[in-house]
Design a binder for this molecule. Structure first.
Ligand code: GLN
Ligand code: ZN
Length: 756
């Protein structure tokens, strides 16, 4: 069996691409400097994969921002508002990714969405009736040639035609089906070009095939590939799927002229069953995703071997693969200098997964796989007892009953009590929690970690920042304040550090969007609250002002979703353990005089199973209760807020209402406020703050812009339920944008109030 991977992380072992890009954005380095860093990362990754023995190495998995955006540029699907700015190619690309505000114009970024069920985000291509899809870009060809020059005939990877058309947003009357011939022609041309350059294999990523597919979808998929594959030159084409199984199109997929089919045997619940029941077409290669591309635990060779052996009964041509791109795991364990060996030996990041593939290859090649040294070492590792168990926590989780998940009195009564208590103006203004994490804040934290700044000096510094932040918000005139979250490196890691059962990595960065990376902590054992997490900061902040200051916590589902989860207990079990700990903190805040508590569930939507039939049982049936349990113990007059990034919850709107928070804030500006209609149609009960401007972009929204967002909201949301706020935390922004933006926001709210 040969080996391959679907893609490798591109940010660099030490986030070199992030830092270079940010320097470029600030004008500190030239485009040529940035290109040089990019080339170095690619060449490093290539050498590494070559050395690892990987048989088929991907190319074009590199991106300056996002692979879907790259595909839009490749295919001429870029709105004129970016191309007409008159910027360089690279800057036009960044304008679409991040928005542009400068001497050449003022445009917002393209919409951004979560990539399937991951915490990665892609840029949503926009297609209108005048869009002409055709091959205009050169990146896959350049990167293939670059690798070939270094002696590697790579497998170029490109987002496939079906997935591309499914992910695009259609602005005019035309739909995906209207672009079939143009798109197919462009992809055929890509194949022929790559063939001409010497490519043997090309990988088209088609994760959309693991979603629920309508018959229209299947038709679209077939129509595209019948055309593309009938005219593909001499290359071999892989349809690479991931994040699930292809139960809705397995037969179509096998029937088309692909030379390889990539299936996910890690997350694809039915992948193995599909192959067993339907067989696998002869003459095609099966790319078998057995090494988990999303988690950091070492592969269990016994399990993988079982799958591969089963598959071998149905096809001779198996390529051992990762389950998805390694983009979703950190680069290398080599930089984890502080992690204890007893933990480290259980982990495999991207680089170590290359070794796993190589070992699996050796194992499967052996006459007696179970006798091989690699297999036996792995078996021993997995038989070792590992987790720090906590019987008390387990017993508590086991003893929860229905009434533990219900907050009393009911919403409507609480709303009245809270209106009387807080006496806020109409359209109260607030923010989502964090204020800019300036260089000053980050460097203080670093010094403290290094021991150069004592704990008491660090705490003094944080208090000073909190005081500045409170003063700033009072000056601007916001109604409900926040302490600014200066003590947090990250909304999950910070909490993890106060919880027993978590462990932390040093350099395990994973790309979230563009230059933004996250460092998910690892759930190692049973979770419990080791100490109060935020009480001190919230109480201090509240002592400085008469206005309410929101306590600010991360919710259990988000903590779980943004961590690397255990694989030895269920997600539900972990979520409830975390809920227990966060509930303790909520009650502690309340007891210490904090009257409004926000429990962020930023990531609740993103782990919703991709298939509707799995939504309840696999997720919502425990995720919503976990949140409810966190706040079911507070008094009626304590106001519970929650926040969600992205408002793509039209389908689960009832469940969101059923979280039974008093107020919810969420992203709306980037998705054209479409969520508002859904709220209205569903008589959404929870008070809402749909973000009035996009904080993911450095643009400063004008007062008029915000007012127009507010009036659109007013048409669908009862005035007494509407809050005015940005669409997410401000930590990634600078003060120079934040202060004018919030000033405009407060002004706009005041005017709207007066006009009401
Ligand atoms: N309270 C967090 C903040 O403001 C929420 C962040 C998020 O939703 N991603 O930073
Ligand atoms: Zn958010």
């Amino acid at each position: 069996m040969n080996t391959t991977i679907i893609g490798y992380p591109r940010i660099g072992n030490l986030r070199e691409l992030k830092f270079a890009s940010e320097m470029y954005f600030r004008g500190e380095i030239t485009a040529a400097d940035l290109e040089k860093t990019a080339r170095e990362i690619r060449s490093y990754n290539l050498e590494l994969q070559k050395k690892s023995g990987l048989d088929l190495i991907p190319s074009n998995d590199f991106s300056f921002y996002d692979g879907v955006l790259d595909t839009a540029f490749l295919l001429n699907a870029v709105p004129g508002r970016y191309t007409s700015l008159g910027l360089s190619k690279l800057d036009t690309y960044f304008a679409a990714a991040r928005g542009y505000q400068g001497e050449k114009g003022d445009v917002k970024a393209l919409a951004m969405k979560k990539w399937y069920n991951t915490n990665y985000h892609y840029m949503v291509p926009e297609i209108d009736d005048s869009t002409e899809i055709k091959l205009v870009g050169t990146k896959p060809f350049e990167l293939f040639a670059e690798a070939l020059e270094s002696g590697v005939r790579t497998k170029p990877v490109i987002i496939g035609a079906y997935t591309f058309l499914k992910l695009a947003r259609y602005k005019g009357n035309k739909k995906a089906a209207d672009f079939i011939s143009q798109t197919a022609a462009a992809y055929s041309e890509i194949l022929k070009k790559l063939c001409g350059l010497g490519a043997e294999w090309v990988q088209f990523d088609e994760p959309s095939l693991v979603m629920d597919m309508s018959s229209e979808d299947t038709e679209l998929f077939k129509a595209l590939y019948e055309k593309i594959l009938s005219d593909k030159g001499g290359v071999k084409v892989i349809a690479q799927t991931y994040f699930g199984d292809v139960r809705d199109c397995y037969n179509e997929l096998c029937g088309l002229g692909f030379d390889g089919i990539g299936l996910d045997f890690t997350e694809g619940k039915k992948s193995l069953e599909l192959v067993k029941k339907n067989g696998f077409p002869s003459g095609k290669a099966l790319f078998a995703g057995v090494v988990n591309g999303k988690n950091i635990w070492r592969n269990n060779y016994a399990t993988s071997l079982l799958t591969l052996t089963e598959l071998a009964k149905h096809t001779e041509d198996i390529v051992i693969n990762t389950s998805c791109s390694l983009l979703h795991v950190p680069c290398t364990l080599a930089n984890e200098t502080k992690l204890e060996e007893r933990c480290k030996k259980h982990f495999a990041y991207a680089e170590e997964k290359l070794t796993e593939l190589e070992e699996l290859k050796r194992i499967t090649a052996s006459q007696c796989p179970a006798e091989t040294e690699e297999y036996r070492r792995n078996l021993a590792l997995h038989s070792e007892p590992r987790t720090g168990g906590n019987e008390v926590v387990r017993a508590k989780v086991a003893s929860l009953t229905d009434k533990d998940f219900v907050r009393l009195p009911a919403f409507a009564e609480r709303e009245k009590i809270q209106k009387a208590r807080f006496n806020l103006p109409l359209f109260p203004t607030t923010t989502i929690g964090s204020f800019p994490q300036t260089a000053e804040v980050k460097s203080a934290r670093k010094s403290n970690r290094r021991g150069a700044l004592s704990n008491s000096d660090y705490e003094f510094f944080i208090e000073k920042k909190i005081a500045e932040c409170i003063a700033l918000q009072e000056n601007i005139g916001l109604d409900v304040l926040v302490h600014g979250e200066f003590e947090r490196n990250d909304m999950v890691e910070y909490f993890g550090e106060c919880l027993d059962g978590y462990i932390f990595t040093e350099k395990a960065w994973v790309q979230s969007y563009g230059t933004r990376c996250v460092k998910p902590p690892v759930i190692w054992g049973d979770i419990s609250r080791a100490r109060p997490m935020t009480v001190k900061w919230s109480v201090y902040a509240q002592s400085l002002t008469d206005k309410p200051v929101k306590g600010m916590l991360t919710g259990p589902v988000t903590i779980l979703n943004w961590s690397f989860p255990r694989e030895d207990i269920t997600l539900k079990e972990s979520a409830l353990q975390i809920a227990l700990a966060i509930r303790e903190e909520v009650l502690d805040l309340e007891a210490n005089g904090i009257s409004i508590i926000q429990v962020d569930e930023a990531a609740l939507r993103e782990k919703l199973p991709l298939r509707r039939s799995d939504w309840r049982e696999d997720y919502l049936d425990w995720a919503i209760p976990a949140f409810r349990y966190v706040h079911s113990g507070v008094k009626a007059e304590t106001q519970i807020h929650t926040h969600m990034c992205y408002s793509e919850f039209a389908d689960i709107i009832k469940d969101i209402d059923d979280m039974d928070a008093d107020v919810i804030t969420f992203e709306a500006s980037r998705s054209d406020l479409t969520i508002l209609d859904v709220l209205k149609e569903n008589n959404f009960r929870t008070e809402v703050g749909p973000g009035v401007y996009d904080i993911h972009s450095p643009r400063v929204p004008s007062k008029e812009e915000i007012k127009s967002a507010i009036s659109k909201m007013r048409e669908r949301i009862p005035a007494e339920k509407l809050w005015i706020n940005p669409d997410c935390g401000l930590k990634t922004r600078g003060n120079e944008e934040t202060v004018p933006s919030l000033t405009n926001l407060v002004e706009a709210a005041k005017e709207a109030r007066n006009e009401n």
